[in-house]
Ligand binder design. Sequence first.
Ligand SMILES: [Zn+2]
Length: 159
Amino acid sequence: MKPIEMYIIHIKCIHLNILFYFCNMVDVHDKKTRSYNMSRIKGKDTKPEMLVRKFLFANGFRYRLYDKKLPGKPDIVLPKYKTAIFVNGCFWHGHKNCKKFVVPKTRSEFWLNKINTNILNDKKNIITLKNANWKVIIIWECQINKTNTFKDILNQIEK
Ligand SMILES: [Zn+2]
């Protein structure tokens, strides 16, 4: 083999390696996104929940978590105020017109079914709670960092 041919093969190999490297990077990113999304479905102790809990506690509210006796196992329950709070992940609960709610391009039907089931269950649970004279507060993940969110929560609890 002439040196120039070896050189061309060598360059081709480098190209392939770079290609593989990027393919793997894309995959790793997908896996990270997926596991991030998966961590939301079980939805216990999520970051937005922790922020709401911290805020409530600092303001003197005492609460129970994931009360199994109530429909939908509300994330936070304030017995004294007969208030149930759901801190909803925008993806899993299908937040309408929200940037965080994007249906994945692969297996779209599967995801849509799943999310629509969640939306239906959420609605049922809210109705059941309200019929039993519970106040229901929904906090969306995307609202957590907005200025008035916590003030609104206080207003709603004390209304
Ligand atoms: Zn949202």
